[in-house]
Design a protein around this ligand. Structure first.
Ligand code: SAM
Ligand code: DTB
Ligand code: SF4
Length: 334
């Protein structure tokens, strides 16, 4: 298997996005087959452990306190409540449980509480992921110590488009947190959102930044903007679905060994569009009726889609500290 390149130029990435659709998909699918089982999809369930009331101004986000979106601010969930949701997710066939909090960054006093959740979810035999905002190096280390496998922290957009979307923290803050996460030995989950009104060149800018990080993210979530009423992006013109598929395909080509996650926005996608995304190289999804606060397809629809496509859920096999996600089994019916 060829070693992934880290020297992509922005022009290389834009040239890929500009290819005729069939040429791009053929290339992306060939890369996909070279590095992954094309019929296996990793399945994670998300839970919002701390919802709403966020001080940040991310223009897409229903959880920002400053927008009237109908999302009420809640306290951090209890360990028992989180465990009940994790058990449910496991029974439904998810192998990774991802806990999200509407924080700019966690307070030090919150870290032991989240660490307890991570330890308990891990003890169920699931992989763990968290997305809690910016982390200091000691916070990243404490989460690793608790048994965290992945940390999700997105770049969200190209550097030059970022200022149109978020003003309460800098692009560099995100790069710094990703560095702390890598230094702590955590796996990185890092991607962005498309369909926020950016240009194709700006989508190339996002993909180029991701593909030239010091290490390719282990997991690359590509979110299609979920337009939430009350947010500044509520009326944004929906992205051409083919442009979304192109973004997935180029992510696959430039980060060939990474998992590419067909992330937010699936509730509004047809089965055919999702199948095209899998063909283009997407090999993980969020599974379960809710993302954090917005809808995701129900589990029955996903199980039926997997069956129709002959797709299997990736299972995890634990050997000491190394996790191999290479055994495939059918998605378990709840
Ligand atoms: N507060 C933490 C942070 O921002 O890092 C963690 C949770 S935050 C909701 C995680 C990610 O969800 C964001 O970086 C963004 O990429 C994605 N997201 C939030 N709202 C979205 C929306 N309306 N559509 C698509 N993706 C969204
Ligand atoms: C990611 O890239 N997408 C997920 C996860 N990481 C945390 C979140 C999507 C959130 C969509 C809006 C919501 O449900 O609130
Ligand atoms: Fe807060 Fe995260 Fe939403 Fe931004 S994306 S407003 S940081 S919850």
């Amino acid at each position: 298997m060829p070693t992934p390149r880290h020297d992509w130029t922005r022009d290389d990435v834009l040239r890929l996005l500009d290819l005729p659709f069939a040429d791009l998909l053929q290339q992306a699918h060939a890369v996909h087959r070279e590095h992954h089982d094309p019929n296996a999809v990793q399945v994670s369930t998300l839970l919002s452990i701390k919802t709403g009331g966020c001080p940040e101004d991310c223009a897409y986000c229903p959880q920002a306190a400053r927008y009237s979106t109908g999302v009420e601010a809640e306290k951090l969930m209890t360990l028992d409540a989180v465990m009940a949701k994790a058990r449910q997710a496991k029974a439904a066939g998810a192998t990774r449980f991802c806990m999200g909090a509407a924080w700019r960054s966690p307070k030090d006093r919150d870290v032991p509480k989240v660490a307890a959740m991570i330890g308990a979810v891990k003890a169920l035999g699931m992989e763990t992921c968290a997305t809690l905002g910016m982390l200091s190096p000691p916070q990243a280390e404490a989460l690793k110590e608790a048994g965290l496998d992945y940390y999700n922290h997105n770049l969200d957009s190209a550097p030059e488009f970022y200022g149109e979307i978020i003003q309460t923290r800098e692009y560099q803050d995100r790069l710094d947190t990703l560095g702390h996460v890598r230094d702590a030995g955590l796996k990185t989950c890092c991607g962005g959102i498309v369909g926020m009104g950016e240009s194709r060149a700006q989508r190339a800018g996002l993909l180029h930044t991701l593909a030239t990080l010091p290490a390719h993210p282990d997991s690359v979530p590509i979110n299609r903007l979920v337009r939430v009423e009350g947010t500044p992006l509520a009326e944004t013109r929906p992205l051409d679905p083919f442009e979304f598929v192109r973004t997935i395909a180029v992510a696959r080509i430039v980060m060939p060994a990474s998992m590419v996650r067909l992330s937010a926005g699936r509730a509004e996608m047809s089965d055919e569009l999702q199948a095209l995304c899998f063909f283009a190289g997407a090999n993980s999804i969020f599974y379960g009726e809710k993302l954090l606060t917005t809808d995701n397809p129900d589990t029955g629809r996903d199980q039926a889609l997997f069956a129709r496509l002959g797709v299997h859920a990736m299972q995890i096999e634990r050997q000491s500290t190394t996790v191999h996600a290479d055994i495939v089994e059918p998605l378990i019916t709840a």
